[in-house]
Design a protein around this ligand. Structure first.
Ligand SMILES: N[C@@H](CCC(=O)N[C@@H](CS)C(=O)NCC(=O)O)C(=O)O
Length: 219
């Protein structure tokens, strides 16, 4: 039975971390909100199942929300995680660290409020982004670098997406870094997922997603 993925139709956002796993595994899935009246359908399903925010997944009447938990569910089913509980939980912890990191990426352009335009919180964004570039990128990527050589899993795909997103949003900062393992992994996934990445199913990065390019935030 096909997986139903529910996520905002015009951005990669957090939904992309789930798409990458489904695509890598060649799983049959439907990106519901990108279909006809898709957002209406998604909102109805969200209400019906008491989900707070996308992404969420429905599969054989099982509803999972939160990117990391969706991947925890999908991992063994898509052969992108081991079956043993201890190993799966370790991966889940890693994915939750990526979740934390994404909040910090988002806060570089929206440090005060989601309801305000970037332009209305630009001064705070500049301060936030400086600390993000100087201490948070090195701390998180330094850690992810040590995890990038673990056996291939859904976390590998998520680390690829983190690198692609940072290259898009902070090209100058990233140019000065040297994360050999993460770069090797990024290249590997680029090759592995080449048909998907070149397809229309891969939404380009844009100024509405988690990763946005504001050159002034790149130092
Ligand atoms: N912890 C959730 C966060 C989900 C989330 O923040 N979804 C965003 C889109 S990426 C959203 O639509 N949020 C609505 C809101 O916060 O009002 C996850 O990791 O999936």
């Amino acid at each position: 039975m096909s997986y139903e993925l529910y996520y905002w139709p015009s951005i990669q956002g957090r939904g992309e971390f789930v798409r990458l796993a489904l695509e890598d595994a060649g799983a049959k899935y439907e990106d519901i909100a990108r279909g006809k009246n898709g957002v209406d359908v998604m909102m109805k399903q969200m209400k019906r199942h008491g989900v707070f925010a996308p992404p969420f997944l429905i599969h054989q009447k099982v509803v999972t929300s939160h990117t990391a938990m969706i991947l925890h569910y999908l991992g063994p089913r898509l052969r992108l995680a081991p079956k043993a509980e201890a190993a799966r939980l370790r991966l889940h912890g890693l994915q939750l660290t990526i979740t934390d990191f994404l909040v910090e990426v988002h806060d570089t352009h929206h440090p005060i409020a989601n309801s305000l335009y970037y332009e209305d919180q630009r001064a705070e964004s500049l301060r936030r982004a400086k600390s993000f570039r100087e201490s948070r990128i090195p701390k998180f990527l330094g850690y992810f670098e040590t995890r990038a050589t673990l056996p291939f899993s859904y976390v590998s795909l998520s680390l690829f997406q983190v690198m692609e997103g940072l290259d898009y949003a902070f090209p100058e900062t990233m140019r000065k870094t040297n994360y050999r393992n993460l770069r090797k992994l990024q290249e590997k996934v680029r090759k592995r997922l080449a048909p998907y990445l070149a397809s229309e199913r891969r939404i380009p990065f844009n100024q509405s997603g988690v990763f946005r390019r504001y050159p002034e935030l790149d130092g």
